[in-house]
Design a protein around this ligand. Sequence first.
Ligand code: NAG
Length: 978
Amino acid sequence: MRIATSVLLLLPLAHPLLALKAHDFKTCSQSAFCRRGRALAERAPTAGSSWHSPYTIVPSSVALSSSASSFTSSVKSELYPDINFELEVRIHEDGVVRVRMDEVKGLRKRYDEASSWALVREPSLKNVKDVKWVKGKNEVKGVYDDVEVRVQYQPLKVSLWKGGREEVVLNGKELLHMEHFRVKEEKKEPETAEGGAEQAEQAVLQAPARPTAWFEGEEEDGLWAESFSTWTDQKPKGPESLSLDIHFPGHANVYGIPQHASPLSLPTTTGPSPHYTDPYRLYNLDVFEYLADSPMSLYGSIPFLHAHSAESTVGIFNAIASETWIDVSHPTEDSTLTHWVSESGILDVFLLPGPTPEDVFKQYARLTGTSAMPAHWALGYHQCRWNYISSEDVRSVQKRFDEDDFPLDVLWLDIEYSEEHKYFIWDAKNFPDPVAMVNDVAALGRKMVVIVDPHLKRVSTYPVYEKAKELDVLVKGRDGKEEYEGWCWSGSSAWVDFFHPGSWDWWKSLFRLTDGKDKDSWRWVDSTENVHIWNDMNEPSVFNGPEITMPKDNVHYGGWEHRDIHNINGMLFQNLTSQAITTRGSTPKRPFVLSRSFYAGSQRLSAIWTGDNMGSWEHMAVGIPMVLSNGIAGMTFAGADVGGFFGNPDPEMLVRWYQVGIFAPFFRAHAHIDTKRREPYLLEEPHKSIVRDVIRLRYSLLSVWYTSFRRANADGVPILRPHWVMFPKDKKGFAIDDQYFIGDSGLLVKPVTKPGATETQVYIPEDQVYYDYFTYNAYRGSAAGKTITVSSPLEKIPLFIRGGSIVPTRARPRRSSPLMKKDPFTLTVALSQAELATGELYLDDGESFDHQKGDLVWRKFDAWTLKAAKRTRMTLKSSDMTKSGQTVVDGSLVAPGAYRADNAYAKSVQSVRVEKLVILGLPKKPTTVIVQGVAQKEGWTWEGGVAADGKKEGGASVLVIKNPNLKIVDDWLVEVEF
Ligand SMILES: *[C@@H]1O[C@H](CO)[C@@H](O)[C@H](O)[C@H]1NC(C)=O
């Protein structure tokens, strides 16, 4: 959350945060290492044939491991013959290739721990006998499956070939540069201040030419210190940046490297007329009123990129934690060149060979983990505001929701619940009875989320700060000794260093609800198991720091500078908080901890959101590609604030924003302290009823969301699927980022994000029937792709069921999702052109970890049609999905043999019925409907209309079978004859 004028007044007036503006954030030209990286890239082509990479492999040093599939060698740079580097190329079991390079025996050690935080485990390598190494004169080739990894000696180049095509090339454009640690040379600086320009020029003329100038440039640029605005970064370690070009010779589209407010298919930043003039930046920042179309850094960073073409997809994961800038260009129409420049760290790049988007998701999930299985209630509607100001306010908001029949699962409290922003400690004046208040909210199965930020108010009356000081686990200033002091909500503050192992158990103990062993130890008396946590401001945001974050020369555990670990910082905080919430009660429960900052691996924890957006149509629209982009980079549990954090959206905008919001995995409305109240019950009609229906639609589809989360949890395939993921060969879909599919459900949505829209164009990518979700109108696509125009007045969301899908829903409106646990299901069978359909339903208790022991229900539904001479029969079958086996990459899934169909959870929902079957697109009126072998004389209705297998458009035929007396947990058959 960002500053409100009302809060500003509480802070000392001379404070620099009063001057907050968008230009408080650096451009590449204001960052010395980015400037150096870009200048290097600009010098390269102009140097013509004399340009070459100075890095070469020493052939005599090449070693191939005899026990595993890896390659090591020494690397030399002709620029600095005395400096040594080591290169390692490892081939993982699943075919992913890891390329690591580090300086060896240098003056200092480069930061090499990013991967240890990002990776879920150290990947195992391919068996040596499965890889054939072929040594050539100037290269070594590792050959396995249909892949070849080629490591060229001079100049150093690593490339991945698949099926005879060159897919990824490292250093193919020869921009690799690992600046080694060096001793600062004390030179006599020319007297520019008094002597004037002439004298300075003289000095330059007399200086001997730098032998490395062709590569590094004539001038040293900001190697030892640099200033930005009023801050100076001391850079005691000197230069250590890393430049690397990664070329995709056959891929014209790249996606990922979130988070940016940009289109999903990343536009260019260099080359002829680039879309953006700055590179994409990855540096977690609390950006004030961010722009709706920009490569600027935002709150989270995932250095993971997909490169895609109709032929194949590959992925790149660059395990780097320092500030990184990425230029994107297309040297030819069908290729993409990316140039990565990072401030510090080793080279540690993973090449994911694909070949499909789904393979890349799975390969990435094997590296960094899949997304956590969320608590079921976390998929409901979250109502937040800065701030609900008192217990009475909370109670009255909840009451209004109930009076007006709006479903709601979670009520949130922003920073003002706490006394002077000392988190954990309630403001006793406004919240005199926190536990009673939480219990009131929990009475209908609801939860509360309260904020705990990482800045600790530096006062002796705050036990959390006092204990952190005593344990010596606070981030240190540049001297590495004194605790760092900065400004945040709590005024003068200190930050816990979550890299310090000494902070871990202590932090977790803060959330304990009962006494610990040590009788004076802390316990959170004013909390219950129904309170979950919001970790905001964890980039970290520091109001008086450079770019509103910590100085880069601050020192963390192990002596690492803040610059080395910056992008990981927020993930550690969320991790420790998630662990605390999981374990605080008598039995472990799934945590909900919303974080603003994130990194590769954050998906293993909980949710994130897109930060402080604005109540504008542009921001509503860009939220969609942002959430899609986070998803394809693993961080699938994401959403944007409904309504926009800043501003006062008009009723039309608010309605449309809810329509967008219900189609994001995380669905929360939030608003700034200076905005007018905008809870949905405050709307006038017809907007109020429209929003109620919209939220109810979300609730009716919760099982679709939950099933999609399970899939993401199982193998890392994202919940929201952009077109290129669903139809990787359809070029027309590669740039589409305003419509998308939800999991494997077959639902296609295109939320309306323009004012006054009454019609919307929707792209249908295939020769298939698509049914309007609400009217069952059948539309036809074509093999070449087809755009249809659908009516979309304010109350209408363009939402379709792809022919071939079976969608499980629950129709009973309830006040909260836990109240739906025993509600019956409706199955909508949307027949495909081939008169087939399939679907899935995953259920478990929604909060414990018993699903890992096999306490779950996972159903598979299949429908097919058999034509015989006399009659045609459509069969709908329900079977146990866990028996059919599935792709699983995550260790948290059911161990083989652990699942039993009569497990405790399945028993608890034994009575849950299927109350309705809706079958769309049958060719004619059935003669007989047979349920479990028994012909049904009544209980079904038929409405004639368009058949799935024809070419016609218009209202589809609808067969409704009411109360078929089937249980959701059982195996059963329904047959329809005609
Ligand atoms: C969270 O911390 C635990 C150790 O406490 C570690 O095993 C796990 O990998 C971490 N997860 C993330 C996403 O940082």
